[in-house]
Design a protein around this ligand. Structure first.
Ligand SMILES: Nc1nc2c(ncn2[C@@H]2O[C@H](COP(=O)(O)OP(=O)(O)OP(=O)(O)O)[C@@H](O)[C@H]2O)c(=O)[nH]1
Ligand SMILES: [Mg+2]
Ligand SMILES: [Zn+2]
Length: 220
């Protein structure tokens, strides 16, 4: 039986076509879009809360947040912005381009400078499903262990930016920072690696990266 592989390829092909259309809609609206991918609990929503707090009076940021169940992340983010859409994926472990399209329809894209898509907490299949984004971000955290970059090479290779969160925990957890850095550099020589602590409000490099990217995209 010619079963699984052709079916999976077909799903990804359909997704890629939809992602291309999404990308065109983002371009037309002049909005810079990032896909934020990380394990459950890495601090994705916490990073976005910090981002919305810092930038509320300089740039208009919308968020599409994917989660298997609950609106908890959406509720957290809605304290800081009116441009939040929560997508519940049920048993789905990633967002796809079609789900993003439906969520985009609920946002006034033309009013936004940045759209951040918080993907479902998962380091594997979100990497394969393009959403139409301009940049892909891979987020890890100290509490997950220092081997996670090496164990998830596809995310590291395809990311435009890598973030290591929870560095405030380094004194308490056996995490070999140098080893983690080497694994990242071995897989991806160009993407910056930002080491942050969202809980301690130490993420200035992330804010700089994001605002610089938006300025660059406005100038092209
Ligand atoms: N120590 C420490 N804890 C943090 C930091 N950032 C986030 N946390 C905590 O990590 C937990 C998970 O944070 P979330 O922002 O919900 O993580 P998430 O990646 O959005 O999780 P999912 O949406 O469930 O995949 C929360 O208890 C946060 O308070 C940090 O820099 N240091
Ligand atoms: Mg979250
Ligand atoms: Zn999945």
């Amino acid at each position: 039986m010619s079963t699984k592989v052709p079916i999976v390829e077909n799903v990804l092909k359909i997704n890629d076509e939809m992602a291309l259309q999404n990308h065109q809609l983002f371009q037309n609206a002049g909005v810079f879009v990032v896909d934020l991918i990380g394990a459950p609990g890495a601090g994705k929503t916490a990073l976005l809360e910090l981002t919305l707090r810092r930038l509320w009076n300089t740039v208009n940021i919308g968020v599409i947040v994917g989660d298997p169940a609950t609106c908890r992340d959406g509720d957290r983010l809605a304290r800081h912005s009116d441009h939040i859409v929560q997508v519940n994926t049920g048993s789905g472990c990633h967002l796809d381009a079609n789900q993003v399209r439906h969520a985009m329809d609920k946002l006034a894209l033309k009013d936004l400078d940045i759209l951040i898509i918080e993907n479902v907490g998962n380091l594997i299949c979100p990497v394969s499903f393009n959403l139409g984004q301009h940049c892909k971000i891979g987020m890890f955290s100290v509490s997950e262990g220092d081997d996670k970059a090496a164990k998830h090479p596809n995310l590291v290779i395809s990311a435009d930016l890598l973030i290591l969160n929870k560095i405030d925990l380094l004194p308490y957890i056996p995490f070999d920072l140098e080893h983690f850095r080497q694994d990242v550099r071995h897989l991806n020589r160009t993407a910056p690696l930002l080491e942050v602590s969202v809980a301690k409000d130490q993420a200035a490099e992330w804010i700089d990266w994001l605002t610089t990217k938006v300025q660059q995209s406005n100038n092209t």
